[in-house]
Design a protein around this ligand. Structure first.
Ligand SMILES: [Ca+2]
Ligand SMILES: [Ca+2]
Length: 74
């Protein structure tokens, strides 16, 4: 039944490695990296890595998840 509800964030969701800028830790810098890409200011070499929630598209939600992780919420 997992994954059928939309909207709610589950703590057990399997997310990709969130260290998108490869600096060894998950921080707001990683979220900013994704937002910069969405703003067209950054061209990633591995776009697949930016799709944190693995839903097929890179969106502000992927950056949001990193922010939640940074706050210890996911
Ligand atoms: Ca990082
Ligand atoms: Ca995504």
């Amino acid at each position: 039944m997992a994954g059928l509800s939309c909207g709610a964030m589950t703590s057990s969701a399997e997310y990709r490695d969130m260290d998108v800028n490869n600096d060894g830790r998950v921080s707001l810098a990683d979220a900013i990296c994704i937002l910069n890409y969405l703003n067209g200011q950054f061209e990633p070499t591995d776009l697949d890595k930016f799709d944190i929630d693995n839903n097929g598209v890179v969106s502000p939600m992927d950056a949001y998840i990193i922010q939640l992780r940074d706050l210890g919420l996911v």
